[in-house]
Ligand binder design. Structure first.
Ligand code: ATP
Ligand code: PRP
Length: 208
């Protein structure tokens, strides 16, 4: 039986993804959940896990050093990598929206948009025929309109708590986001049987 290398995102998706695999019946070692190791073997399943930053998961999968990975749809939309999207796992549900200070118009000349997702933001405003300047930030995006760096942000909203507590409002919804199971196209061909079995087992547990 072929070994499968699976790229798991560290951070907030990890717990739900781990739980899904356990519910699907896989016997995973405790150290996957509670150690600082970046490569963890699950010998009973012939799985090898690599623990990566969420934005890097499709990179490992595209290059074939991981056969399979779990990545947010936001990351997939932003990176546009050559990987197969096999299954919507229904976990880490949130959406991408534009937001800003309430009752404000965007700068009529070149509005500034702060975001961690420059490609998603550019595509969205281009689609509306609006020319904007994108300012890329790496986190705490909500700060940008509050401090006068940007007219709008393009960012993840889940509960809406961060927007609310910072006096911002949502303007437009751009995309629904959940985490996806992705595969390297060559691995998918060569290890088809194992990968299909994994997809079927996860499909039964994936959140509607
Ligand atoms: N508020 C949220 N609620 C639910 N899912 C979210 C939320 N924010 C992000 N996500 C999902 O989780 C992924 C990011 O996870 P996480 O925040 O752990 O990583 P990160 O953005 O690299 O953060 P950091 O740089 O702080 O480690 C996103 O790709 C998205 O799919
Ligand atoms: O609607 P909410 O439930 O409040 O969640 C939305 C927040 O969660 C994410 O930030 P994260 O916690 O990853 O921190 P970051 O600012 O460092 O990206 C996102 O960028 C929003 O700021």
């Amino acid at each position: 039986m072929d070994e499968l290398t699976i790229a798991m995102p560290k951070g907030r998706i990890f717990e739900e993804a781990y739980e899904l695999l356990v519910k699907a019946g896989y016997d995973l070692p405790k150290e996957l959940d509670d150690s600082r190791k970046l490569i963890v073997e699950a010998p009973n399943e012939r799985f090898r896990f690599i623990l990566a930053k969420p934005m890097d998961v499709p990179v490992y999968v595209e290059h074939g050093v991981a056969d399979i990975g779990i990545a947010g749809k936001d990351v997939m939309l932003e990176l546009d990598r050559s990987v197969h999207e096999l299954l919507d796992l229904g976990i880490s549900r949130c959406y991408i929206a534009t937001a800003g200070l309430p009752n404000t118009e965007m700068n009529p000349v070149t509005p500034r948009i702060a975001t961690k997702y420059p490609k998603i933001a550019s595509r969205f405003y281009r689609g509306k025929g609006e020319q904007v300047e994108i300012i890329q930030l790496n986190g705490s995006i909500e700060l940008a309109p509050m401090i006068g760096l940007a007219d709008r942000i393009v960012d993840i909203v889940s509960t809406g708590k961060t927007l609310k507590e910072n006096g911002l409002v949502e303007y437009e919804q751009i995309a629904e986001i959940t985490s996806r199971l992705i595969a390297n196209p060559v691995s998918y061909r060569l290890k088809q049987e194992r990968i299909r079995e994994l997809v079927e087992n996860l499909r039964k547990q994936a959140k509607a």
